[in-house]
Design a binder for this molecule. Structure first.
Ligand code: NAP
Length: 285
């Protein structure tokens, strides 16, 4: 028996439908949610990402404005723009596309965005809230991993979960989201002595390492649930995850593939953060 594939696209469609309803009810109360995206430089991938968000935002009724600055813009000027967006009551979410040019401090920029508008969940205050289990804005990718599990009917409570990767964007926030749901969490990284042993003990494996082919069939216990959050370029230029999906699907019970899994839900969850931010800003939540 092969694993059941978790269909990220259909879960994204559910999330989108829920969000549209929520956006409509906010509009009915006189609030038009709006996301501002700041793009410094002309990194081609970032331009594509920003434009795809614009389309997706329109689809759920969220307004979108792109602020593009040349790559030689001074750090102070970027910070000034963020300050202006922080003070703009019509804007409820601010996202700064990465990577930034080398002369601009990513940390300073992340700290400059108002925590209630920090839809990427990268402000130190939001990171702290995740850790403390308090309400704040959480990065979309770890949220997507949780949504895929929960909406597939997987019980997280009491499960042994191995996260492969302790990155700031995915692995680390996941630790706290899983603990809050009463999982027993093991976090693996490049210094983990016996990665295969750790993953084999897990009932749920979440791969977030950014290394194609890292999770192989022999690393997965029969019946385990595998969520692949990795994004890598395959040998033929296609997008692949961290998991050898076809092989692992022969032993796992559920598997979320790349593409069509975690990545399919991240944009809609980013927009959900815009709505959450708006509600917190306006005292509606
Ligand atoms: P990151 O900061 O680069 O962290 C990668 C982590 O993986 C590190 O903790 C690293 O260990 C660990 N790692 C790398 N190779 C390993 C190996 N061979 N064995 C064990 N651990 C290993 O990455 P990130 O920003 O958290 O992102 C993780 C992945 O998620 C990337 O593929 C990224 O592209 C993807 N991602 C996906 C989405 C989406 O929408 N689906 C969004 C954002 C990111 P050390 O700490 O020891 O170096």
């Amino acid at each position: 028996m092969g694993a059941q594939y978790i269909d990220g696209k259909s879960i994204a469609a559910q999330l989108r439908a829920e969000l549209k309803t929520e956006v409509q009810s906010l509009r009915d109360r006189g609030f038009q949610p709006k996301l501002a995206v700041v793009l410094v430089g002309d990194d081609p991938a970032s331009v594509v990402y920003a434009r795809s968000k614009e389309k997706a935002a329109a689809n759920v009724g969220i307004e979108f404005e792109l602020f593009t600055l040349p790559s030689d813009t001074a750090e102070a000027e970027v910070l000034q723009l963020i300050e202006r967006l922080n003070g703009d009551e019509q804007i409820h979410g601010i996202l700064v596309e990465l990577p930034l040019p080398k002369h601009i401090s990513k940390e300073k920029v992340m700290e400059a965005v108002h925590p209630l508008k920090d839809v990427d969940g990268v402000h130190p205050l939001n990171r702290g809230y995740v850790m403390a289990g308090q309400r704040g804005l959480v990065p979309a990718t770890p949220l997507s991993c949780i949504e895929l599990l929960e909406r597939s009917g997987v019980e997280i409570s009491g499960k042994r979960v191995a996260i492969v990767g302790r990155g700031e964007t995915v692995g680390k926030p996941l630790i706290f989201l899983l603990l809050r749901r009463n999982a027993t969490v093991t976090v693996c990284h490049t210094r983990t002595k016996d990665l295969a042993g750790e993953t084999r003990r897990a009932e749920i494996i979440i791969a977030a390492a950014g290394k194609a082919g890292l999770v192989t069939r022999d690393m997965v216990a029969p019946g385990a649930i595998v969520i692949d959050a990795g994004i890598n370029e395959g040998p033929d230029g296609s997008i692949v995850g961290d998991v050898c999906t076809a092989d692992v699907a022969e032993v796992a019970s559920f598997i979320s593939p790349v593409p069509g899994g975690v990545g399919a839900c991240t944009t809609v969850l980013l927009f959900r953060n815009v709505i959450q931010g708006l509600k917190m800003q306006k005292g509606l939540a």
